[in-house]
Design a protein around this ligand. Structure first.
Ligand code: PLP
Length: 423
């Protein structure tokens, strides 16, 4: 399919998205029918990984049943079918992300892989001693450690945009941090630990006005918001397939063509070269230059099905439903005796982090699991956020569009029982 055809299919899918009916949507996810300890599963760990609709499961098994072959290499029937399926998803991903060109979409293993790619191939070679990389106080470890590694190697410095007790970034301090030595700004769109939706468009503009490249970690945004990298104006945008209802081991890196072209390869191997001799190799054009070796072809096909599925539900309907559900959840969880919410940002999506007086978050997680409710406990790969609040861990409920108010009520009842027993 051409990009124009993909765009019009996407528009048709979103237009055709009927009124949001959560019970109908739930039937698309077979795992949601699971019982846990004799109780219906209440899955509230979506920020860690989302469940998969039947359409994604079917796309992966159909691919293996009918189309499986290696891509880009064979002239035979199956290889051509597999290549077409894989490249077709690239065009769908381009439209999904709002990228100008399909070659600006690199298939990766996930957000972690995407950020490491940019840190290694874009930032590291351009960093000199005394340079700076700016991140924020609420980043996931995946958006801290790759920059730390690059800075450590080059004698550069990591600078951190501070946040308030509410869990919002301090924009004045951000502006003050940017200077001639800033070689990269890397910011999370939505915090996985607090749920804060950062004013990312404004923050990108602030950096771009000073000529500084920006990477946005969109791991938590892609399942909840409409992403439009052209409108955001960022240079790189990273997402994980498994958090947006696609298979694990898949992800997308959007990179502005000009920057991707100027970057050196990340990994060497098959598919990323033009010519190889023992003396020297030349590299393929983008995006192949960054896709060494046999990729997760079936996973990418499944990711394409996840994109289509999201569009068929309608991203505007998803955002509206989720925002009402989250407001309900924040009030209901915050109202349980002994609960303290961690982070109270004005703009929030997907996540509620909390503590219960007198009981460790891990114990809260274990007890509510007895009631069939799956939440996450720990530092959520955001230890600096925990340090900021002077705590070791939180309990975190995270939501998707298939969750219901009744499920929030089940969590609240389970928390109430926990408080009675141990609080
Ligand atoms: N960034 C954020 C904000 C995340 O929430 C996560 C995962 O939880 C990641 C990055 C890393 O994603 P992945 O493990 O899929 O690479």
């Amino acid at each position: 399919m051409s990009v124009a055809q993909v765009s019009s299919t996407h528009e048709r899918l979103e237009r055709a998205a009927s009124v949001f009916d959560v019970q109908r949507v739930r039937r698309d996810f077979p795992i949601l029918g699971t019982s846990v300890n004799g109780k219906p599963l209440v899955y509230l760990d979506n920020a860690a990984t989302a469940q998969k609709p039947q359409a994604v499961i079917d796309a992966v098994s159909r691919y293996y049943a009918n189309d499986n072959a290696n891509i880009h290499r064979g002239v035979h029937y199956l290889s051509e079918r597999a290549t077409a399926a894989y490249e077709d998803v690239r065009r769908r991903a381009q439209v999904f992300l709002g990228a100008g060109e399909a070659r600006e979409v690199v298939f990766v293993r996930g957000t972690t892989d995407a950020i490491n790619l940019v840190a290694h191939s874009y930032v590291r070679p351009r960093l000199e001693a005394g340079d700076e990389v700016v991140i924020s106080a609420m980043e996931h470890h995946s958006n801290i450690v790759p920059w730390q590694l690059a800075c450590g190697e080059r004698g550069a410095r990591l600078r951190v945009v501070p946040m308030t007790q509410a869990g919002e970034l301090m924009l004045d301090a951000y502006e003050e941090l940017l200077n001639d030595r800033t070689k990269m700004v890397a910011l999370g769109h939505i915090s996985n630990a607090l749920g804060t939706v950062n004013p990312i468009k404004e923050m990108v503009r602030t950096a771009k006005e000073r000529g500084i490249p920006v990477l946005v970690d969109g791991a938590q945004a892609a399942p909840h918001l409409t992403i439009d990298v052209s409108d955001l104006g960022c240079d790189f945008y990273a997402v994980s397939g498994h958090k947006m209802f696609g298979p694990t081991g898949t992800g997308l890196l959007y990179g502005r063509a000009e920057l991707l072209e100027a970057m050196s390869p990340y990994q060497g191997g098959g598919d990323m070269i033009e010519t190889v001799s023992f003396e020297r190799s030349t590299y393929a054009r983008i995006p192949a230059k960054f896709e060494a070796g046999t990729p997760n072809i079936a996973g990418v096909v499944g990711l394409g099905a996840a994109i289509d599925y999201l569009l068929s539900i309608g991203r505007a309907s998803i955002a509206k439903y989720e925002s009402e559900l989250l407001q309900y959840a924040v009030e209901a969880i915050g109202g349980v005796e002994g609960i303290r919410l961690v982070g109270t940002p004005r703009e929030r999506a997907g996540v509620v982090s909390f503590l219960m007086e007198g009981i460790h978050p891990h114990d809260v997680g274990t007890i509510v699991d007895q009631e069939g409710v799956a939440i996450r406990t720990g530092h959520h790969c955001a230890q600096p956020v925990m340090d900021f609040y002077g705590i070791a861990a939180t309990a975190r409920a995270s939501f998707a569009f298939y969750n219901t108010r009744e499920e929030v009520d089940s969590l609240v009842t389970a928390l109430g029982k926990t408080h009675e027993l141990f609080g």
